[in-house]
Each structure stands twice: as structure tokens, then as C-alpha cells.
Design a protein around this ligand. Structure first.
Ligand code: AMP
Ligand code: MG
Length: 330
């Protein structure tokens, strides 16, 4: 199939929306990462999404809306706390898990009786969703297990020839996926951390929010247990900013002929090394994380990343970094 590369103008948005309504797959930008969209009410289209990504069928998809008015059409029994998140935070980089309505087929939710709902903050994303005017199921637009795409060029690397179209919008500002919070129980439960942190939700709701931290904990979010975000080359992760340790590991890998590269907070402290900056602030680290991994895997044989920030948002970034490194923390 020949993939079309579309722009953000009326004619191309119409074309993208027509493709969605005909059951085709269209990648589109959001503020977190690029999504691979299809009509969430079309079972065949949803199945094609899993195929295009090579995604295990027990990993449910997030359903995207452009208007809060669409939420009661796909979810039911919205609790007062969930409603508060919808009213006070959305549109934002947060996904709320709610009891689902029948209009959403089981293949979207991997058989769960809940549906994950998101209204993106990105204006480009909401424009596209408004033209579609059906709920749009969208996982990240990468091949399963690869770093999520944060530019249309990264989508092209993974999806060219496999999907009908890519809407070529801005690079993603947040750079890691949305916070997923399960609002079906008494206590809100963060299944996947993101830029909307537990403290922010606690302040809004006036109650404790639990965060799933143990990857072995059995939660109703199958997606969190798979191999994820991994570059094509091996990766190690260092968490204290211990520059001597980083240099020693680099030199050892270099002596073994592994062609290593450093991705660190202070590259100026590594003269003579192959070294890149991971970012000066959490926002910068997050925005560039996946595009850095995709760039470095092309030229190096081993990525050594270092990230020592200890803020609440840094914990969400770490959640991705640890998986990118396949838990190889040194
Ligand atoms: P991705 O599509 O790559 O952003 O991943 C979507 C994430 O949302 C995965 O971690 C899924 O497990 C999670 N998710 C989607 N739908 C549900 C649901 N109904 N209940 C719990 N988690 C969900
Ligand atoms: Mg993903």
C-alpha cells in the first residue's frame, strides 16, 4: 500500500477523515506521541491496527475524542471524581479508564468491560478528531516494542507502506505517552505515569491516588507488562549522574568494540567521548527522549544513558527509560 503524507489544511483533513470513516488507518500528531488512528466502532479497522503495529491483541487501545460530549456515548457510570477530571483537566495528557458502552467493540478493549478515554491537548489532534467525528482508537504509531514516534518522520520509519496516511504535524511537545488513570474503583489508580502526576490528581480530587509501581503487580492494564520503547541497540541506564562510572563503562564497551555513545545531562564533562545531551530540564528530556533513541541507534552500537532528576515528572520519564534499557540499570 502506498502511504499518503498529508498536511494540516482543510482538503487534507477531509481526506484523512474520509479514510478513517472507510476503515483505513491514519497516523496523527498529539502533544504526547503520534497516534495510529482508526474508527473505534469498526471492528475490522481495529484489527488492522493491531496487525500494522504487530501489537499483541490483549493490549487494549485508547479511544480519542475531540469533544467532552462524546464521552457519555462511549463510557457509562462516570463517577463524580472521573467527572471532575473531565471537567477540570481535559483536554490534557491524561487517559481515564471508565466502564464501557457496547458501541465500543471488545477488540478495542481486549475484552475488558472498561474503555480508556482521552481528549488530547494538541489542537492539531483535536482538529483531526473533529473532522473524523467518530471516536478514534489509537495506540502509539510505532511498531510494537519500538520507541514511540514523536515526529512524522519517525512514524514513516515504522509505518511507511503499512497504513493509508500520515498527517504531518508538529513534533510532539510532551514526548512520552499520557498518564493512564483507572477511575472505576473507589481509589484512583495510575496504571501508567505521565506528565499529569499523582500529586496533581490528589490536589484536584482531595484524596489519595495510588500509583502502580511494581511491574509484577497484576493490574487491569495488560500493556504495561510488554517489552517497550526499546532502541535497536542495547542500552544501559545510570541514575546518579556518576560520571566516573559512566566513563568506565564507556571505555570498557569501547575496548570490546561495541561502539558506545553517552546520553547524559552534562556532555561538556566528557571531552573526547561520543556524547549527546539528554536534556537540561525534565521537559526537555521527555520531549527528546524517543527521538534521541531513534537517532542514536542509527550510528552507535550501545547507548549509555544517565538521568538523575528526582521530581515527580522525572519518575514518569524513568518509567520509559527503564523499559527502553530493558531494565539494564547499572
Ligand atoms: P499505547 O496505545 O501504546 O499508548 O498504550 C495504551 C495503554 O493504555 C496501555 O498501557 C494499555 O494497557 C492501556 N489501556 C488501554 N485501555 C485500557 C483499559 N480499558 N483498561 C486499562 N488500561 C488500558
Ligand atoms: Mg505504545
Amino acid at each position: 500500500m502506498e502511504t499518503r503524507y498529508l498536511q494540516f489544511n482543510d482538503a487534507h483533513l477531509r481526506c484523512a477523515a474520509d479514510l478513517i470513516r472507510r476503515g483505513e488507518l491514519v497516523a496523527f500528531p498529539t502533544e504526547t506521541v503520534y497516534g495510529l488512528g482508526c474508527d473505534a466502532t469498526d471492528e475490522q479497522a481495529v484489527k488492522r491496527t493491531y496487525l500494522a503495529k504487530g501489537r499483541p491483541s490483549d493490549n487494549p487501545l485508547i479511544v480519542h475524542v475531540w469533544s467532552k460530549g462524546q464521552i457519555p456515548e462511549i463510557a457509562r457510570d462516570v463517577s463524580p471524581d472521573a467527572q471532575k477530571i473531565i471537567d477540570c483537566i481535559m483536554p490534557a495528557s491524561i487517559t481515564v479508564v471508565l466502564p464501557k458502552r457496547k458501541i465500543i467493540p471488545d477488540c478495542v478493549t481486549a475484552g475488558l468491560n472498561t474503555v480508556a478515554v482521552r481528549m488530547p491537548r494538541s489542537q492539531q489532534a483535536r482538529d483531526f478528531l473533529r473532522y473524523c467525528d467518530v471516536p478514534v482508537a489509537a495506540p502509539s504509531a510505532n511498531t510494537s516494542s519500538r520507541p514511540s514516534p514523536t515526529t512524522w518522520q519517525a512514524v514513516k520509519e515504522d509505518m511507511d507502506g503499512r497504513i493509508a496516511a500520515v498527517l504531518c504535524g508538529s513534533p510532539c511537545d510532551v514526548g512520552i505517552e499520557s498518564t493512564v488513570v483507572d477511575m472505576c474503583g473507589e481509589q484512583p489508580l495510575i496504571l501508567r505515569p505521565g506528565i499529569v502526576t499523582a500529586d496533581m490528581l490528589e490536589e484536584l480530587l482531595g484524596k489519595k491516588v495510588r500509583v502502580v509501581t511494581d511491574p509484577k503487580e497484576k493490574v487491569n492494564s495488560p500493556g504495561v507488562r510488554y517489552k517497550h520503547y526499546a532502541p535497536k541497540v542495547p542500552m544501559a541506564l545510570e541514575l546518579e549522574g556518576d560520571e566516573q562510572k559512566l566513563k568506565n563503562l564507556y571505555l570498557k564497551l569501547q575496548a570490546e568494540g561495541k561502539n558506545p555513545v553517552l546520553l547524559v545531562e552534562n556532555p561538556q564533562n566528557f571531552p573526547g567521548f561520543n556524547v549527546y545531551c539528554i536534556g537540561q530540564t525534565d521537559r526537555e528530556v521527555s520531549r527528546n527522549l524517543f527521538s534521541n533513541l531513534r537517532a542514536l541507534e542509527k550510528n552507535y552500537g550501545y547507548i549509555i544513558a544517565s538521568f538523575s532528576s528526582k521530581t515527580a515528572f522525572a519518575q514518569s520519564i524513568l518509567n520509559r527509560l527503564v523499559r527502553s534499557a530493558s531494565h539494564n540499570v547499572v
